[in-house]
Structures are given as structure tokens and as C-alpha cells.
Design a protein. Structure first.
Length: 369
């Protein structure tokens, strides 16, 4: 059987799909409970934090595209080897792969915790972790075309879920948004930092760029995806603020899921029994993109077929997943992933772009001299 995963330069997709890739890579586990985290930092100005984060991410996306344009058909792994050399670049690639695998693990661990808290308290961690890992491996082995297709179909299939957030609006107290702009710059900054785990995912353009046909349109569609994500997260944050009181929101770990409790259907008593499985569908593109991008780094660094990297990293991820039992440990791990992600995904692109530009200037000077 033909192994699609190795078809590097023979699988292309249209640029408009980048919007769906970016959005579905961002929207995931974080939206289930980001409102509480942001409210703790910035209180009723939490929604402003999301807008600031959205502007920052759009700027970062612009920088990422400028980096990719310098090398046209290369992804971030190949660019780092070009810029820093075989050994340093290879070490950086491996570090990036391990980070991406850590994000994958954090998503699986977080979802297992939600399932155990909301539906099946006795569900074995290893069992659900194994199921999700096997599904992710199967999807990644299909190659980038399959992953992009899943991303598009998940977006189409789950966008209708937003309709059910209409019910909590009937119980909204818009006074809870007052006063506006009360948070200090320090509080807003901490809020933006805390939002990073939820807003991550847009970095997937660094890995899928070589597979896009109309590269001149990547920036436009990437920013459309980021902007739509910002709109969704901002809307959910505002809804949570006006639905819960401040004291309630600070104690509500999964605010989005908690708002589903009031949704009533004639054939279903507890709507969260639907919401939690739907959340699994929502996070599935996250799992596929993060595992796929992590394995590409191993493939580039060690020159091994990507299918072997998929098996190896999936096995490592499964071992990590079953290690986590207590919520305190999960929180520490997720915070660590978010903090590292803020550095790698927000700060590092600006540093790398500066290095590339300086290297180009020096090269031109040397050639001119």
C-alpha cells in the first residue's frame, strides 16, 4: 500500500484551507475552561485580553510568513538547519519536536480529565489514552491530505454547536462587564500570557506551508483563521462573564461545559453527555496536527521514514499520558506547556526573523566586498 505520509512535494492543497487548519488547530481543549483563567488575571476585562492576544498573534503570523517566504518551499525544520547548520539546527529541531509532542500529551491528558470528571469517573486513563493515540496514529499515517480533510470536516461538523450557547444568553447579566478597562497593564499582560495555551495552534503554518499551492494567499487565510478563533474565544469569554458571577466564575473550572448544563433537549436530560464527546471531535485535528508536525521533526533530524517516527513518538506520548493521575500535576504540566509555547511560538519567530535578515545583510556585504 502506498505510504502517503512520505509524499513531501507531491501533495498540495488550496490556500483557503489554511484558514481551517489554523482555526481547528487553535480551537481545542482550552476553550472548555479558559474563561476562569483569564478572569482570575483580568476580571471583567478578560475579553479585552483575548483581543490583545489576537492582535499579537496576527502580528506573529505575519512574521512567520515572512520567514517562510525567504525559503519558499521549506518548513521550519529545514529552515533551522539552513540558518544554524546541521548540528545546532538538528538539536533545535529535536527540541521543537519534543515540545510539539508535549502539547499533544497535554491535550490528551486534559481531555481524559474532563471525561473522568463529567461522564465516566471510573474510566481508566490508559484505556482512553490508548484509544485517542491509536486514532491519532491512524489519522497521521494517512498523510497531510487526510489531516487537512479532517480539519475541514470537523469545522463544518462542529460549528453548529455554537448555536447551543444561545440559551445561556437568556440568563446574562450584562452589568457584570462593568467597569471596562479597570485592569492594569500588568494584569492584562498576565492575562495574555495565560491565554497562550488556548490560542496556540497557529504555528502549524510553519509546517504545512510547503504543501500549499497559492503561497501568496497563505497570510490572508492564516489571519482569517486567527481572527475567527479570536472572535469565538472572546465571545465565549464575554458569555461566561455575564452568565456567572465573578465569584462563581473563579470557581468554575470548565465554564463552557458548565453553561451546557442548562441546555435541554426533548430526548436528552443532560446535554453535557453530548458536549463532552463533541469536544473529542473538536480536539481531534489538534492531535493530528501536533503529532504529525512532531514526527516531521524526527524525520528531518534523523533521516528516518516518518511512519517509524509516528510509531515511536506515539509510544512515548502514551507512556507520558498514563503517568498523570492528579489534577495538580496536570495543571503544572499544562502551565509549563503554555509558558514554553509562549516563548517558542510568539518570541522565537521575531528572533529568528532578525537573525535571517542580519545573515542576509552580512552575506550581501561580503559578496559586495
Amino acid at each position: 500500500m502506498k505510504n502517503n505520509i512520505q509524499a513531501k512535494n507531491h501533495v498540495y492543497f488550496n490556500a483557503f484551507l489554511v484558514a481551517f487548519i489554523v482555526h481547528t488547530s487553535q480551537i481545542g481543549l482550552g476553550v472548555a475552561g479558559v474563561q476562569r483563567i483569564l478572569y482570575i488575571e483580568a476580571k471583567q476585562d478578560a475579553w479585552i485580553v483575548v483581543l490583545i492576544a489576537g492582535v499579537l498573534i496576527n502580528l506573529t503570523v505575519w512574521v512567520m510568513i515572512q520567514i517562510l517566504k525567504e525559503y519558499n518551499h521549506l518548513d521550519i525544520y529545514e529552515i533551522q538547519k539552513e540558518v544554524f547548520g546541521k548540528w545546532v539546527g538538528g538539536g533545535m529541531n529535536l527540541s521543537l519536536s519534543l515540545y510539539l509532542l508535549s502539547v499533544y500529551c497535554s491535550i490528551v491528558i486534559g481531555y481524559i480529565e474532563i471525561v473522568q470528571a463529567w461522564i465516566f469517573a471510573e474510566m481508566r486513563t490508559w484505556l482512553l489514552g490508548l484509544i485517542l493515540t491509536l486514532l491519532a496514529v491512524k489519522g497521521v499515517m494517512g498523510g497531510i491530505r487526510v489531516i487537512v480533510g479532517v480539519s475541514f470536516m470537523v469545522f463544518i461538523g462542529t460549528v453548529g454547536v455554537l448555536y447551543f450557547f444561545y440559551e445561556p444568553i437568556n440568563y446574562a447579566n450584562w452589568y457584570y462587564l462593568q467597569p471596562v478597562l479597570e485592569a492594569s497593564p500588568g494584569e492584562l499582560f498576565r492575562g495574555v500570557k495565560a491565554s497562550m495555551y488556548t490560542m496556540l495552534g497557529f504555528e502549524m503554518i510553519l509546517f504545512v506551508y510547503p504543501f500549499v499551492k497559492e503561497k501568496n494567499n497563505v497570510l490572508k487565510y492564516a489571519q482569517i483563521g486567527v481572527s475567527f478563533t479570536t472572535l469565538i474565544v472572546c465571545s465565549l469569554t464575554i458569555l461566561a462573564i455575564v452568565y456567572f458571577s465573578g465569584e462563581q466564575l473563579e470557581k468554575t473550572i470548565w465554564a463552557s461545559l458548565s453553561m451546557f448544563k442548562i441546555v435541554k433537549l426533548p430526548f436528552l436530560e443532560r446535554f453535557e453527555y453530548v458536549a463532552v464527546p463533541v469536544l473529542m471531535v473538536v480536539i481531534f485535528p489538534n492531535l493530528l496536527f501536533y503529532l504529525w508536525s512532531a514526527t516531521r521533526g524526527v524525520k528531518t533530524t534523523f533521516k528516518v521514514p516518518q511512519k517509524y517516527a509516528v510509531y515511536a513518538l506515539a509510544a512515548i506520548a502514551f507512556c507520558v499520558i498514563i503517568m498523570f493521575k492528579r489534577r495538580a500535576d496536570i495543571n503544572v504540566f499544562v502551565d509549563w506547556v503554555g509558558n514554553i509555547g509562549g516563548v517558542l511560538v510568539i518570541i522565537y519567530p521575531f528572533v529568528l526573523y532578525s537573525i535571517i535578515k542580519m545573515k542576509k545583510i552580512i552575506t550581501n556585504i561580503v559578496k559586495g566586498g
